[in-house]
Design a protein around this ligand. Structure first.
Ligand SMILES: CC(C)(COP(=O)(O)OP(=O)(O)OC[C@H]1O[C@@H](n2cnc3c(N)ncnc32)[C@H](O)[C@@H]1OP(=O)(O)O)[C@@H](O)C(=O)NCCC(=O)NCCS
Length: 283
């Protein structure tokens, strides 16, 4: 059913079993699948599509060419930017912005690049107010907490969790089943391997010259955190260091050098204290 106060372009395709609420605008060549439900004030720009049984909350906007998959549920005022793909069964919180094009500040040395659209695979969950940039890919069942920010050119593997208020800068690879807890800061150009655990408010860094000198451009590098390593609350990882497989960085540690596999490191500067106990190692 199409509400009498909705505006639907002549060449839009709205399945007869879809519901289009009052004050919705369905643009040219947009598509609304069977069983989809658009609450009041939704906008589907040119060529956008809402798949079968998708639900769009009030004032949600699908920009040109964006696609929302079957059974996805978007709360109110979600913005799906041009070209973004939201997979089947996704759950997106109120006010989230998906596929925001990167913008560079006038004073920034980093130029915005076009790396294609944001793609969310099936069954991702994105919290209220989260922002994910274009050029990033979230695999199946990724979870982003409320207010999380994930910038461009990141890859997030299946079942990874990025907690509320985390910031993930550009060009970061996050492995399968990684857990990054609330408020952690993940700097640009980091690699975080499968099953890593990062506690709240961890800070990672990538530039020892803090914005000075030309040579810094060649040396900028975030940490590499190997498989199953754990980084405790409030720890600081200095640029370019490697945290070894199954190692354990204590809360508040400042890691200045590579951390060996399976070791507990404590303090600032962090020093090896003991091996990680057998019963804490994952099978
Ligand atoms: C490393 C950790 C497990 C403690 O290790 P531990 O070997 O059991 O240490 P102990 O409690 O026996 O303390 C031994 C000494 O180290 C000190 N110490 C313990 N943890 C420390 C830390 N994180 N930083 C600095 N010193 C620490 C203790 O004060 C104690 O000093 P003392 O001998 O002078 O009294 C703990 O500090 C830690 O980091 N836990 C992780 C918590 C966390 O971030 N969880 C994330 C999810 S919320």
């Amino acid at each position: 059913m199409i509400d009498e106060n909705a505006v639907v372009a002549a060449d839009a395709v709205v399945d007869p079993a879809a519901a289009v609420g009052p004050f919705c605008v369905v643009g040219a060549r947009a598509r609304v699948g069977a069983g989809a439900r658009l609450e009041a004030g939704c906008v589907l720009a040119e060529g956008a599509s809402a798949g079968p049984d998708a639900r769009l909350g009030p004032y949600t906007v699908l920009e040109a060419g964006s696609q929302v998959g079957a059974g996805a549920a978007l709360a109110c005022r979600v913005t799906v930017c041009a070209g973004t793909v939201v997979g089947d069964g996704a759950v997106i919180g109120a006010g989230a912005v998906l596929g925001r094009p990167p913008l560079a500040a006038a004073a920034s040395t980093v130029r915005a690049t076009d790396s294609g659209p944001l793609i969310l695979a099936e069954h991702c969950v994105v919290g209220a107010g989260a922002v994910v940039y274009a050029g990033t890919r979230l695999a199946k069942n990724v979870f982003l907490g409320d207010g999380a920010l994930v910038r461009e050119n990141c890859g997030v593997a299946e079942r990874a969790v990025i907690g509320s208020g985390c910031i993930v800068e550009n060009d970061v690879q996050i492995g399968r089943s990684v857990k990054i807890q609330s408020g952690a800061y993940i700097t640009a150009h980091m690699t975080i391997e499968d099953e890593v655990f990062i506690a709240p408010m961890v800070v990672t860094t990538n530039d020892n010259f803090m914005g000075r000198t030309e040579k810094r451009f060649a040396l900028i590098k975030g940490a590499t955190i190997r498989r199953r390593a754990r980084v405790g609350g409030g720890a600081v990882l200095l640029p370019g260091i490697e945290v070894g497989r199954e190692s354990f960085i204590a809360a508040g540690a400042v890691v200045t050098k590579d951390a060996g596999a399976g070791k507990v490191l404590v303090g600032h500067p962090a020093r090896e204290r003991r091996d990680v106990p057998e019963d804490e190692l994952l099978p």
